[in-house]
Write a protein that binds this ligand. Structure first.
Ligand code: TMP
Ligand code: ZN
Length: 415
């Protein structure tokens, strides 16, 4: 495998509180980008690798990446499509209903989805006759959304774009940022843009993976270059306070291994009971202490050893093993644990774009799920563990005929 050093910048101040109190606690080593699936003709070319290091800000408690890859490199051409994960489709349909009924959003209101991907979330608002607008920087994905009838601005969201949208469409009643808030390089510009575009009585909704879940369930594969920050409630309070905004409510939800859904107003709010409860949970989990993160880093090292020896022992018995779900997080896991084609024959995935390609770094072929069913392996390493419930249910036939799933985290387990 040939590598070259990719371009990146290194942060010196915290992206929430601007303090210099950053403490590096984990290094997953030089890693290729998690969604850079390769075509066969790209396999022999040098592959860009970037350091994947994580630090903790002792002033506000934010956990963030030390090295930042330019958004144009990460997001201009994007492999992930929301609509290829059925559980996320259902999740977003419920989210839209909740927002519309809870906040009595009248038909015709401007609903803006930032990082709108292929329009899966907005389609639900369209059904209720909302005036929808997607903002999506990936050219290929924005084009797909447009072809599906979702009006989409093909750009990164920032203050400049917020002003343009405001001038053309007026204030937004709802702004959504699901699985994108942890991704934006210029967090301040993003939040300023939201305050500019959002109506005074409007609601801003974010969903981000929750740091408490990542630490407690050892979900270290949530860490990849696209995810610049690993949020908890406390740093979010600091962030929104800085912009005069207030958290109305925080929900701890199950998606992506445990996430936060945060409802934010443009003006300050009193502390809600849901917020107080989660702040207490964070206190109990010792999120303010550097030792918590150092302990996590040690556990991550142990789980790598455990997983690798487990897979090697199965291999030594002659087992055939395939991966299930060519997820971005799977690429962190495979690259960090050095699980390659010596262990996995292939990875099964439902996304047409990924099929026929190879995973970044470890170069494992990605094949359609039909291949998995035609030639089932003895063991399937569940790289899409965030959909475990649904996948185990769908693959009941595989399990009935003797196939076993390996759930890799928090420690390797056969199901
Ligand atoms: P995500 O974890 O980022 O949502 O990515 C999920 C990936 O897993 C995506 O490439 C689609 C794939 N997948 C399957 O192959 N089979 C499945 O049953 C599910 C739910 C996802
Ligand atoms: Zn900070």
């Amino acid at each position: 495998m040939r590598e070259n050093r990719g371009q990146y910048t290194t942060i010196t101040v915290c992206s929430v509180c601007r303090c210099k109190t950053l403490h590096k606690f984990l290094s997953l080593g030089p890693t290729p980008l998690a969604n850079s699936f390769l075509r066969e003709d790209q396999l022999s070319a040098p592959e860009p690798y970037y350091p994947l290091d994580v630090c903790f800000c002792s002033a506000c408690g934010l956990v963030q990446l030390v090295h930042v890859v330019a958004p144009e490199i990460l997001f201009k051409d994007y492999a992930y499509l929301t609509s290829t994960s059925k559980p996320m489709e259902a999740h977003f349909a419920r989210l839209a209903e909740e927002v519309i009924w809870r906040f009595s959003v009248p038909p015709g209101s401007l609903v803006v989805d930032i990082g709108s991907n292929d329009g899966t979330l907005l389609r639900n608002f369209q059904k209720y006759n909302m005036n929808i607008l997607g903002i999506e920087p990936a050219d290929n994905v924005a084009e797909l959304a447009m072809s599906r009838g979702i009006e989409t601005v093909n750009d990164f969201f920032d203050e400049r774009l917020a002003r343009i949208v405001f001038a053309e469409r007026g204030q937004a009643k709802v702004i959504l940022a699901t699985n994108v808030f942890a991704h934006v390089a210029d967090l301040e510009g993003f939040v300023r843009g939201v305050t500019h575009l959002l109506a005074d009585d409007g609601i801003f909704i974010i969903e981000v993976p929750y740091l408490v879940d990542m630490l407690q369930k050892l979900e270290f594969d949530t860490i990849y270059h696209e995810h610049l920050r690993y949020f908890a409630v406390r740093p979010l309070v600091t962030l929104f306070n800085r912009f005069g905004m207030g958290i109305v409510e925080v929900q701890h939800i199950g998606v992506h291994g445990g996430s936060l859904r945060v409802y934010v107003h443009k003006s300050p709010c009193s502390l809600s009971s849901s917020e107080a409860k989660l702040l207490e949970l964070e206190e109990e989990a010792k999120l303010g202490s550097l030792e918590t993160y150092q302990k996590f880093a040690e556990e991550v090292w142990w789980v790598k050893e455990a997983l690798l020896s487990f897979l090697k022992s199965l291999k030594a018995q002659g087992a055939r093993i395939a991966g299930y779900g060519a997820t971005a997080k799977g690429n962190t896991l495979l690259n960090y644990c050095k699980v390659g084609t010596n262990i996995l024959d292939y990875i099964s995935d439902t996304t047409p774009f990924k099929q026929g390609r190879y995973t970044p770094g470890m170069h494992i072929p990605v094949l359609p799920e039909s291949h998995f069913h035609e030639s089932p392996p003895d063991y399937a390493l569940l790289l899409a563990w965030n959909y475990a419930g649904k996948i185990l249910q769908n693959e009941e036939g595989y399990r009935q005929s003797g196939g076993r799933f390996i759930v890799p985290l928090p420690k390797p387990k056969l199901v």
